[in-house]
Design a protein around this ligand. Structure first.
Ligand code: IPM
Ligand code: MG
Length: 370
């Protein structure tokens, strides 16, 4: 298979973790006889520095002519000025809108070797496995914004069209159908008109998926349930702002945000990026966890229909975790570098039986704090 992949390296640790994904994708292409072609584009703080624009037209073109986009986090504190008209975040929001990436998909999976890192007790997170579908191109993020002249009143409109709700609802139902067949709509239908529309549209669509059980949960209750009993969820469907908040909340319960992948998909385009931020303090230090990016690349392989390849990459990540080949965020005492984790996963993909991977001959790339 031949695929064109647009790569946005991003800011902070973005470049070094994304490079590990490319390493792993190259191992996949050698092992399974595929050809992946990479074309690079700038976005975020790096793009502002070089072009004055957080999403240059050239990057958009690169993305438009690709089969998928692999991205690192884009943000940097030097642009953390809320009144600035150019910011790395603007670039990301514009990219989502321009490419029509209406659904953000975040799987939340608990990994047994990381249970001790979770803020929740192990018995609450064992077996947690759900997916959040967050609407990504509508709602309060993209509604009309207003600030009055004397800057004493501001508003952000939250608008949803029936079609915008229906398209992501169908996607979420189609996943639920293939999973545990439970879909939870998270809204605030006791207060918000937009939420009432979401409920109505989801109720209508539910009739087309009779084998899927639908639950409705107010967002404040959902925030509690994710902590109290995260195992109850299978597929969560929600609007843009609520999705931003609960997906970060859900992201921390499994132990490490450094491990979480995401996909943002539209009808024609799809972008894959880790959930974590750009962590500028760690940039260039070779200590960042590349697994979130590598698992995002695995989601990209699934998107290409390469499920065996995707499964092998996930198996490799699991093998590393189970055998203690982890970065500093997971084990502050015995840890391995970003690049070493990328090498180990690539090796696993190509050689399956990781005979030469044992802790004893890994000392060179291991950093031990004594
Ligand atoms: C995310 C981020 C973005 C969002 C920011 C960076 C604009 O938090 O991808 O979840 O709020 O959508
Ligand atoms: Mg967010």
């Amino acid at each position: 298979m031949q695929k064109k992949i647009a790569v946005i390296l991003g800011d902070g640790i973005g470049p070094e973790v994304t490079q590990q994904s490319i390493k792993v994708l190259d191992a996949v292409s050698r092992q399974f006889n595929h050809q992946f072609f990479y074309e690079y584009g700038l976005m975020g703080a790096m793009a502002i520095d070089k072009t004055g624009n957080s999403l240059p037209d050239e990057t958009l073109e690169v993305c438009h002519r690709s089969d998928a986009i692999l991205s690192g986090a884009t943000a940097h504190p030097r642009y953390d000025n809320p009144s600035a008209h150019v910011s790395p975040e603007h670039g990301l929001l514009k990219l989502r809108k321009e490419l029509g990436l209406f659904a953000n998909i975040r799987p939340i999976t608990s990994y047994a070797p990381l249970h001790h890192l979770s803020p929740l007790k192990s018995n609450r997170i064992e077996g947690v496995d759900f997916i959040i579908f967050r609407e990504l191109t509508g709602g309060i993020y993209f509604g009309k914004k207003h600030l009055n002249e004397d800057q004493t009143q501001a508003s952000d409109d939250c608008v949803y069209q029936k079609d915008e709700i229906a398209r992501i609802a169908h996607l979420a139902f189609s996943y639920a159908k293939r999973r545990k067949k439970v879909l939870t709509l998270v809204d605030k239908a006791n207060v918000l008109e937009t939420s009432r529309l979401w409920r109505k549209v989801v109720q209508e669509i539910a009739a087309q998926y009779p084998d899927v059980t639908v639950n409705y949960l107010f967002v404040n209750n959902a925030a509690m349930q994710i902590i109290i009993n995260p195992k109850q969820f299978d597929v969560i469907l929600t609007e843009n702002m609520f999705g931003d908040i609960i997906s970060d909340e859900a992201g921390v319960i499994t132990g490490s945000i450094g491990l979480l992948p995401s996909a943002s998909v539209g009808n024609k385009r799809a972008l894959f990026e880790p959930v974590h931020g750009s962590y500028p303090q760690a940039a260039g230090k070779n200590i960042a966890n590349p697994n979130g990016s590598i698992l995002s690349a695995a989601m990209m392989l699934d998107h290409f229909g390469l499920s065996e390849e995707a499964e092998l990459v996930r198996e490799a990540v699991m093998w590393n975790l189970a055998n203690g080949f982890v970065t500093k965020d997971i084990d502050p005492i015995n840890n391995y570098s970003t690049a070493t984790i990328g090498d180990l996963i690539s090796d696993y993909v190509e050689n399956r039986i990781p005979s030469r991977m044992n802790k004893e001959n890994m000392v060179i790339s291991k950093s031990t704090i004594i």
